[in-house]
Design a protein around this ligand. Structure first.
Ligand SMILES: Cc1cc2nc3c(=O)[nH]c(=O)nc-3n(C[C@H](O)[C@H](O)[C@H](O)COP(=O)(O)OP(=O)(O)OC[C@H]3O[C@@H](n4cnc5c(N)ncnc54)[C@H](O)[C@@H]3O)c2cc1C
Length: 313
């Protein structure tokens, strides 16, 4: 990973721009840390859809959309910028972590996962074939299918863009579009993309995936790209402890991976705003403490090394 182009560096990178992520962001910024927020959609679709909220202290009978606007205004007022991009992977690195978002890479000392509750239901055998013909990332794995035939299961607008990108590499792209018409507006598909209808049921294959079973038939392909709005937490961060409830955290918001914290709906029920913003704050303060401890340990190591050197002198 050493030759990759790092676009930016953050002390705290936050995956998700809902109430939990934004609360973590303002708290991290107040503690003077360099914060990066990553989010998809319009931060957050869930909050936007809440018709009225009666249990968020100080805002009696506010609509979800009004509260969403207030949250965004707060973040803007603190000059924090939201990177409108989906994070597809978080990997350890000698400086902390690398976050991947399509073809861009970001470096971070700590990461706060605030990606909301995962409603993804993988199709049959999807996880079994992941890395063996099934991929979530066209930019990362597309070049493997140069001159071959690929299938794209597009659950959102990004999936259509990825089909276009893949059509420049593969000889043939079969697109199963599950995107609503209004969300697909303005996208023109390349000529070598064949659009088929049907509901994906599962991946078929032997040692490697060879196709997709649909409710109205089967399609054959050398590679299958599944593009959805969000990524399963354990696919996002390999090695992360999760249960059916969500990401496992302790009272400080720490996960099983040192330097990675989590907050909000992604850590489990109750799926509520006050819990999300509260956990966002706790995770941010814990990330700050983690960074400060790392710094003082480095200073201690450096000063004991210089003491050792001066004693030798
Ligand atoms: C209809 C409805 C009514 C509700 N009413 C109430 C209520 O009255 N009171 C109450 O307390 N709660 C209510 N809730 C629940 C409340 O909205 C949630 O608890 C809250 O939004 C959780 O915040 P969060 O930040 O954890 O997750 P979310 O709000 O889900 O935000 C997560 C964000 O992360 C983004 N994201 C996910 N994965 C990635 C990735 N890989 N990279 C980048 N970004 C990513 C998502 O796009 C999203 O914007 C309601 C929810 C709904 C749907």
């Amino acid at each position: 990973m050493s030759d990759m182009n790092i676009v930016d560096y953050f002390e705290i990178a936050i995956v998700g721009c809902g109430p939990a992520g934004l609360s973590a962001a303002i708290n991290g910024a107040i503690r003077k840390k360099k914060v990066g927020i990553f989010g998809t959609d319009f931060c957050s679709p869930k909050l936007h859809h809440a018709p009225h909220i009666d249990n968020y202290l100080g805002f009696h009978h506010i609509t979800g959309e009004d509260l969403r606007q207030r949250f965004l205004h707060h973040v803007e007022a603190m000059e924090l910028v939201i990177n409108q991009s989906k994070v597809t992977g978080v990997f350890p690195d000698e400086k902390g972590f690398i976050l991947q978002s399509r073809d861009k890479f970001f470096s971070a000392k700590t990461v706060i996962l605030a990606s909301g509750v995962s409603t993804i239901k993988p199709i049959e055998k999807e996880l079994e074939y992941l890395g063996r013909g099934v991929s979530y990332c066209a930019t990362c794995d597309g070049p493997l299918y140069k001159g071959k035939k690929v299938a794209v299961l597009a659950y959102n607008r990004e999936g259509l863009d990825e089909a276009n990108f893949l059509s420049e590499l593969a000889t043939e792209v079969i697109l199963v579009s599950l995107v609503k018409e209004k969300d697909a507006q303005g996208i023109h598909l390349n000529k070598n993309i064949k659009v088929v209808s049907g509901k994906p049921l599962g991946i078929v294959g032997e040692l490697w995936a060879t196709g997709v079973a649909l409710d109205n038939g089967e399609i054959q392909a050398d590679g299958i790209f599944i593009i959805r709005e969000s990524v399963l937490p354990d696919q996002l961060v390999p090695g992360l402890n999760i249960t059916k409830q969500g990401i496992t955290i302790d009272r400080s918001g720490a996960t099983n991976i040192p330097g990675i914290f989590a907050a909000g709906d992604c850590t489990g029920a109750p799926y509520q705003l006050s819990k999300a913003t509260g956990e966002g704050q706790v995770a941010a303060l814990s990330a700050v403490k983690f960074i400060d401890e790392l710094k003082s340990n480095t200073k201690l190591t450096n000063s004991s090394e210089s003491l050792a050197v001066s004693l030798q002198l």
